[in-house]
Write a new protein. Sequence first.
Lengths: 148, 148
Amino acid sequence: MPTDSRLPRVLHVLLHLDQIGDPVTSEQIGQMLATNPALVRRTMAGLREAGFVASTKGHGGGWQLLKPLEEITLADVYAALGSPHLFAVGQSSDNPACLLEQAANAATLQALEAARDVFQSELARMTVAELVKPHAETIKAFQSNRDR
Amino acid sequence: MPTDSRLPRVLHVLLHLDQIGDPVTSEQIGQMLATNPALVRRTMAGLREAGFVASTKGHGGGWQLLKPLEEITLADVYAALGSPHLFAVGQSSDNPACLLEQAANAATLQALEAARDVFQSELARMTVAELVKPHAETIKAFQSNRDR
DNA sequence: TCTTTTGTAACTTTAATTGTCACGAAACTT
DNA sequence: AAGTTTCGTGACAATTAAAGTTACAAAAGA
């Protein structure tokens, strides 16, 4: 299956929405993400349900930020996407009869759960607003260059 | 794609090989894993290259442990499988031009790398021999029941 | 020589996301 | 009121890597 790229994609979109302010159409977002409007709507639906963005129809409509990026953690975004399945690796089978297989599964699961916990807590440590901080200088340089 | 279950599967097999001692054919292992011999051979190939097991052809042949399970960590097994791709989640695209997309990708990657590091270190903390310890009583009870 | 067993190549199946198309519904414009 | 824009959603094909399957050559024991 194609790799699930919804998390970085919607983060990217949220940053643009914040920068633009005005409503942005799914068509425009589709160009940012190099994909088509229908996929954008599907992917953004969770963010709307979570109350992070609003979508309006008709002329001048599109997607808009409802909540400041300072108040949204990456974990919130991941949850809004429905907490997509994180791992390509999993157990051999559920409820195996063989005790040795149970032990092998349990050990695998333990490592996966530890990894998932760290993934989630890493996401929780950062708001979407903070996301650009490590890149702030590069972005500022680019913008002053552009505005010149 | 079907979930990658090679790690728990080969752990399961190593435990059986240790318990049995004699060579076990791919056919027999296939029955343990509810799959077919060709897949067993493909999956076990990495363990052979790593020197953990040996495979012998002809009558009485099959797969045998070469190294004590006390000397093989789960991380060693994972590496012997070729360190399969761990995540179903990934970045939006490699080398995006957009700086905001770069920032979104970097934040995602940071969380994924932290998770991968924990996964690997969890695997490194345990040998295959230790794997059964949490289940030792259940297994002992089953065996004495069986031998009675 | 015959049988067992591995090694490997080639191909199909599987699963979940991405990508695409279509069309109804809502909201703005004139 | 009519027309245009835009979202919402359903349906289906494309993608990708592992699992599953088949076939056969090669090695080794009987």
